[in-house]
Write a protein that binds this ligand. Structure first.
Ligand code: ZN
Length: 139
């Protein structure tokens, strides 16, 4: 089931420059920084209650995030919906006429399985489905 906002993805030109706003001014906790090769981005996860903010910095000019920033500037990029059984969710969503950017999930940050819905099908919101791998892990 889809059962929470796992995180909100925010496109930034530089994690280093953006981070102090979150960690120093808002006093939120940085959970970690990692590179996600499949998306050519570096991501910083900032914990906020049960959800997270995901700062996305492009690693190369052909990264989808670089293209997003070029077109629209920095800002909210996507909303990630936490789900179980992501393959089943994708099937149901497609059966209801919603397009996916890819039909198979790929591996995102933290080894989560992720898949994006096409914004043309969702009122221009880029929604990510996100399934965390380790079920017993409370994180
Ligand atoms: Zn995300």
């Amino acid at each position: 089931m889809i059962n929470k906002i796992d995180h909100i993805g925010i496109a930034v030109s530089s994690i280093e420059k953006s981070l102090p706003f979150y960690t120093t001014i808002l006093n939120l906790q940085l959970e970690g920084i990692e590179e996600v090769d499949s998306e050519k981005v570096r991501v910083a996860f900032i914990k906020i209650g049960e959800s997270k903010l995901e700062l996305l910095e492009p690693l190369s000019s052909d990264s989808p995030i670089a293209k997003f920033i070029e077109k629209r500037g920095e800002g909210i990029h996507h909303i990630a919906l936490g789900t179980s059984s992501i393959e089943e969710r994708i099937r149901e969503i497609k059966e209801n006429g919603i397009r996916m950017l890819a039909d198979e999930p790929k591996f995102g940050a933290g080894g989560a399985k992720i898949a994006f819905m096409h914004p043309k099908s969702t009122g221009s919101v880029l929604y990510e489905l996100c399934e965390k791998q380790s079920k017993g892990d409370a994180k």
